[in-house]
Design a protein around this ligand. Sequence first.
Ligand code: AMP
Length: 577
Amino acid sequence: MKTFEELGLVPEILKAIGEMGFETPMPIQEKVIPYLLGDNNEVIALAQTGTGKTAAFGLPIIQQINLNHIQPQAVILCPTRELCLQIADDLNDYSKYITKLKTLPVYGGSSIESQIRALHRGVHIVVATPGRLIDLINRKKVNLQSVRNIVLDEADEMLNMGFSESIDEILPHIPENRNMLLFSATMPTEIARITKKYMRNPYEIIIGRKNEGAQNVKHLYYMVNAKDKYLVLKRIADYNPNIYGIIFCRTRKETQEIADALIKDGYNADSLHGDLSQMQRDLVMQKFRIRNLQLLVATDVAARGLDVDDLTHIINYGLPDDVESYTHRSGRTGRAGKTGTSIAIVHLKEKRKIKDIEKIINKKFEQGTIPTGKQICEKQLFSFVDQLEKVKVNEEEIQSIMPSIYRKLDWLDKEDLIKHLISMEFNLLIDYYREADEIEIPQEKDKKSDKKFDKKSRSENRKPEKGNARSSESGYARLFINLGKNSGLGPQNIIGLLNDNIPGRKVNVGKIDLMKNFSFFEVKESDKNRVIQNLDGLKVFGRNIAVEQAQEAPSEDRKKKIEQTNTKKKKEKRRKY
Ligand code: AMP
């Protein structure tokens, strides 16, 4: 492996990147830097973000700038404002000791006037989003006649965002003898068109294999019923106490809903999507970058350009429609030599997509087992104990109050003290998971019965599955009813009972558990008393029904036992008479 010095970089650059902690060149840098330092060299690099590509093109470009000629000599096109700022920042860092070098980011959504003024003062490198650059070209405010290098960074993303025509519009304004450098995580056919049309005999570099996901990313999927997706998301977050990740959702609405739910449930989360103002988005991204946020719930578009290297997890809250988005999403973890995990929370219908993605990324997904409440509590406890061991004790600050605290806790021995500490931190979590039902894993054959149930409820214009999505874990009360499958009771009958017999506001139904001789169903805590008052004692199916609050969510074992006891009791009754 060569050193940066051996790659031919000048001392000013070596000093700056040395201070940034770059010790040895990353593979893409080792290949690209010496090549670009030569003349008339064009490059197509298939490389994900996180491979070190910014320095790969940035360092040689900086080195080749003629500082005395104050005209744009390099243009870097990229898809988003965030990436634009990030690249400009990186270039400024690399050129810290080349003080005369001027780099300017130009992007939409901010004052064009100040960008025009900066261009007028003179710059050497322009980092631009395509739309804004066209605007500046049309206003004749930027002169590109001295440009020697044009970079298309995240070229596939630019095409995805509809910038293909803009690129066609920009390139004729740049002299023909320039070098073009194209960096892309994937190689769709449209890129082949661009390279064919605009590049002369380019040097092709592949970092990782074509269209392959980053090597150090582990891909996991959890197969769940649609109604359990959020609960599984929470379990993943709980099972990974030090998680620092992005949760990708498909729509802005879903993004906001999931973020709201997580915040309400006490997670350190926030949302990032196009319905937020630029200022709100900047604020959220900043909070996330400095790790004031652990979980960022985002849409694909909004998260583009958010440059964070040490994400531990990417969570796909459902899979994206196109496989390329998955590659981009998962490529945000496992960067800069670190390992990461990309998790997909999917339902049965998405199983096919998992196979498609596996083919493209050339890697197998592992099927994850949803952690049980007990496993989560244990994991969190150990993480807490670990932190407890490592916490910095500020001896001086606490010195004066320690004697009175020792006196107060004198009656507790070491074991008791630890138990108290742990309980204080964990009682809530332990209670929550004690009460929570284990999440069932959908089986292929369940598909049919789910459909039947959905169809039936839809035909009655009721939506029990929506109620189910909330489950007793969030503000729902679990009620017992002394009717079961043996009395011909189905989920639609429970909904019918409620619709027909509870006056006033419609009752939202949560999870329904039908047993042979009795059943459980969930209603909102606030509807509980209304439901009991109106249903308890009512005559239905020729029987007086009893409805009361269930004592606790019974485990599968307990349900079986109750059933067995009921059957036994009936037999005994029969025997008596
Ligand atoms: P990029 O692919 O350009 O987004 O770079 C990913 C990350 O790797 C950035 O944080 C860079 O600062 C960092 N990086 C780039 N080159 C090196 C290097 N040679 N040694 C250590 N870190 C690097």
